[in-house]
Design a protein around this ligand. Structure first.
Ligand SMILES: Nc1ncnc2c1ncn2[C@@H]1O[C@H](COP(=O)(O)OP(=O)(O)O)[C@@H](O)[C@H]1O
Ligand SMILES: [Mg+2]
Length: 453
């Protein structure tokens, strides 16, 4: 029934899969170059596009064969390299696929390798069939000291393969990057990947939120460090249904609003109170529980921000909401490293041309005290397109781009995409009061009030 041998794990096997694709890509390039000599300009464009599609497809097919880690890489690349041909990004979106589970014997073996003994030594019961699939592993249900736990187990070999995968991938991507230096992007991706395969890193993030984020409607799992390792993450089991199942129950408008509101508020509370946000608003990471509670899981991707950054970020957004003049906004973008110092006229021109569309998107939500995602169900799409446009234009200018700033905006858009699916209406008053409170350094009182409600 299971084919764990279908996950090519050894470096050689993985190298071969991608290597094949790279050879074919090379061949496709050569072929079009020859054809191009003989054809019209318009035809040339068409040829280029079709080659890009073929290459993108080839690369994605091989990433698909690599499964797990590389699909995660693919996601990151799509976000970090907006200049890639659209064909590539399309293929990337299609590439999400579930990885077949590893078999029972291997599950037992991984537990023994990681914890020292087979599961029966630690658990009153341990389901060898997974109930959930993770991007780099699978999740099992277990009973531990009378408690229901979710045990996430990483596929063997995943961590080891990052280095070779990244190397091969960089080689392949350089062809698409058209002479651009992609080192910093690759470094960032690799850093995030190393974090992602270290379940102890995730455990410490999870533990931090468990201990420091107290929200009356949010349940965060507790970590069991004594039975967690780099490849095994044991946390309390959160009982409930996922977004799709929730929507299938035809929940009332009130209920949908309630859940969207919790998510929206929690983004701003954690950003301003903890200087961290859950940066993976994937529907699978939120569990709809009984009594209108929301389970928040998967702290593999947590964004931390510095206080100084947050202050500039906040000042800017309040100025945008208050509609101050362009010159003031430009100064604030300077502080955020989104614009380089030049004459005011030049800066304003650049601002209007490149960054302003993103501002419009940001404040659209906040201009009124509520925003209805049912009426604006194209919002996140417009937002993501605007970010890509801004990134492209900025890449071609001398100005730098503050990745952190873009990252936060993009994460927020991920949350908005969920609200669209939920066809929810959110209230923005509380988020705005957090921002204003933070600006006037009253934030601590504010949070206390909120938590006592
Ligand atoms: N503590 C938990 N309680 C209930 N379900 C869980 C828990 N942890 C993980 N799961 C299930 O396993 C899936 C994958 O786990 P997750 O931590 O999100 O992995 P990944 O980081 O790969 O996305 C989740 O979408 C969820 O269905
Ligand atoms: Mg997840």
């Amino acid at each position: 029934m299971y084919k764990d041998e279908s996950i090519p794990i050894s470096q050689l096997a993985r190298g071969k899969v991608l290597g094949k694709a790279i050879l074919k890509i090379g061949a496709n390039h050569a072929k079009t170059s020859v054809q191009k000599v003989f054809v019209s300009k318009q035809k040339k464009e068409e040829l280029k596009l079709s080659t890009e599609y073929k290459n993108a497809k080839l690369l994605m097919d091989s990433l698909g064969e690599l499964k797990g880690i590389s699909i995660k890489v693919a996601q990151q690349i799509a976000l970090a390299m907006p200049f890639l041909p659209p064909a590539y990004l399309e293929e990337m979106n299609k590439s999400f696929q579930s990885v077949p589970p590893i078999n029972r014997a291997l599950v037992r073996k991984v537990i023994k390798q990681e914890l020292g003994e087979y599961p029966q030594k630690y658990f009153e019961s341990f389901e060898l069939l997974p109930f959930g699939s993770a991007s780099l592993g699978q999740v099992h249900y277990a009973l531990y000291k009378q408690k229901k736990l979710a045990i996430k187990i990483q596929y063997p070999g995943v961590a080891k393969s990052i280095k070779s995968d990244l190397g091969i991938l960089k080689f392949a991507l350089t062809r698409f990057a058209k002479g651009r230096n992609i080192d910093h992007i690759m470094n960032e991706i690799s850093q995030r990947l190393y974090e992602e395969v270290d379940y102890l890193y995730e455990a410490s993030n999870l533990d931090y939120f468990y201990k420091n984020f107290q929200h009356p409607d949010i349940i965060i799992p507790e970590v069991f460090f004594d039975i967690s390792t780099q490849r095994v993450l044991a946390s309390s089991f959160i009982e409930g249904i996922n977004l799709e199942q929730f929507l299938a129950t035809k929940p009332s408008q009130l209920k949908r609003n309630h859940y969207a509101q919790i998510l929206f508020d929690s983004f701003f509370i954690t950003l301003y109170q903890l200087q961290r946000v859950h940066a993976d608003p994937n529907p699978g990471n939120f569990i709809f529980m009984a009594d209108d509670k929301l389970g928040m899981i998967d702290f593999g991707c947590v964004k931390k921000v510095e206080r100084a950054f947050l202050e500039s970020y906040n000042t800017l957004h309040l100025s945008l909401i208050d509609g101050v003049d362009d010159a003031t906004i430009v100064e604030q973008y300077l502080a955020l490293d989104m614009i380089d110092r030049a004459s005011m006229q030049e800066m304003i021109e650049f601002y209007k041309e490149v960054i302003k569309p993103l501002d419009r998107i940001y404040i659209e939500i906040f201009l009124e005290d509520s925003y209805c995602f049912q009426e604006h169900n194209d919002f996140s799409k417009r937002g993501f397109e605007t970010i890509v446009e801004v990134q492209k234009k900025q890449l071609d200018s001398v100005h730098k781009l503050n990745e952190e700033y873009i990252f936060l905006d993009r994460t927020l858009l991920g949350y908005y995409a969920l609200f669209e699916k939920m066809e929810a209406k959110i209230e923005t008053k509380f988020a705005k009061s957090i921002m204003r409170g933070f600006a006037s350094k009253e934030s601590l009182f504010l949070f206390k009030d909120m938590m006592q409600k």
